[in-house]
Ligand binder design. Structure first.
Ligand code: UDP
Length: 329
């Protein structure tokens, strides 16, 4: 049985939808930012907290857990700057309690959701996993701290782990029934689509004076189902003993500027956006694009969805959500 912590969130729920095809799955989520309706019915759902020993003991005593996949974290850079305590408490201290419980029950396989934010402001075209990690905000630091803890736990306690550093997760499941549902929404693609659906007056482009061809920031957008598939391969690698420890980037290897993303949204939807150009948002590096060559070579994973397909799937989801939302929990 596989424990998915944070399986009611955006990325976790997409992983669960793939994983239930192969494994028995138990989801632990406190629903602070996730949604019960996103969890596939074939998974066991427990509402509880990864920092709560009683919640964890109840699960580890009852179910034979072979591996833990950990998606439950706060992930807003700006919020982490204003409220670092929340980030160190939820992302670091609570994760430590989860790891401690795994050791107590002799569960040795762990998959950890990390982030491109661990790299800080890298000075390369394509970021590889051996680029220096110099996070520039508490969110990135909280994730890097866990990565360092994992390395120490592997040496000291024989913990096996795979760290997956996501670039910009986007898109929605092909069914159109699960997708991104953040409140408040801060991410570019959902904001543009909400605007094109008439749910926002305009969109703001944060900064036009970056050192990029059109002056707006460049990011690497990766479909959430591609991310989910990488987790399944990472899990198999741990369960078969193919890998003991590994760190992989997950991205498309293609960079798109904010302006290009907006143009692609306009093309996919056939609608025109009202754009306001504003100052830079603090903490945004000009360019973050992954090399995912390592996971391709070692586990055979590569991104399959293009930016256009990512936006098409997100558009389907946002239209569905707009019409059906009121009837969902
Ligand atoms: N962005 C923007 N307007 C918005 C939201 C985001 O211009 O309303 C920009 C943001 O500054 C960044 C890029 O879009 O350069 C992607 O931001 P997002 O928050 O989606 O992801 P991040 O890269 O911060 O994880």
């Amino acid at each position: 049985m596989i424990l998915v912590v944070g399986g009611a969130g955006y990325i976790g729920s997409h992983l669960v939808k793939e994983l239930v095809e192969k494994e028995q799955v138990i989801v632990l989520d406190n629903l602070s930012t996730g949604h019960r309706y996103l969890v596939d019915d074939r998974a066991v759902f427990v509402q509880g907290d990864l920092g709560n020993r009683t919640d964890l003991d109840a699960i580890f005593e009852k179910y034979p857990i072979q591996a833990v996949m950990h998606f439950a974290a706060n992930s807003l850079v700006g919020e982490s700057v204003v409220n670092p305590l929340k980030y160190y408490q939820n992302n670091v201290a609570a994760t430590l309690t989860l790891l401690e419980t795994m050791l107590k029950y002799n569960v040795k396989n762990f998959i950890f959701s990390s982030t491109a934010a661990t790299y800080g402001i890298p000075n390369v075209e394509l970021i590889t996993e051996d680029c220096p990690t110099n996070p520039i905000n508490p969110y990135g630091r909280s994730k890097l701290m866990i990565e360092q803890i994992l390395a120490d736990f592997a040496s000291a306690y024989g913990l096996n782990y795979v760290v997956l550093r996501y670039f910009n997760a986007a898109g929605a499941h092909e069914s159109g029934e699960i997708g991104e549902d953040h409140n408040p929404e801060t991410h570019l693609i959902p904001i543009v689509l909400q605007h094109l659906l008439g749910q926002r007056d305009k969109i703001s482009v944060f900064g036009t004076d970056y050192n990029t061809p059109d002056g707006t920031c460049i990011r690497d957008y990766i479909h959430v189902t591609d991310l989910a598939k990488a987790h399944i391969l990472a899990l198999e690698a741990l369960l078969t003993g193919k890998k003991k420890t590994a760190i992989y980037n997950l991205g498309n290897g293609l960079g798109y500027s904010v302006k290009e993303v907006i143009e692609t949204c306009e093309k996919v939807t056939g609608r025109k956006a009202v754009i306001e150009y504003t100052d830079r948002r603090p903490g945004d590096p000009a360019r973050l694009v992954a090399s995912s060559q390592k996971i391709y070579e070692e586990l055979g994973w590569k991104a399959e969805y293009s930016l256009e397909q990512i936006i098409e799937s997100a558009w389907k989801w946002h239209q569905w959500k707009g019409t059906k939302w009121s009837s969902r929990p």
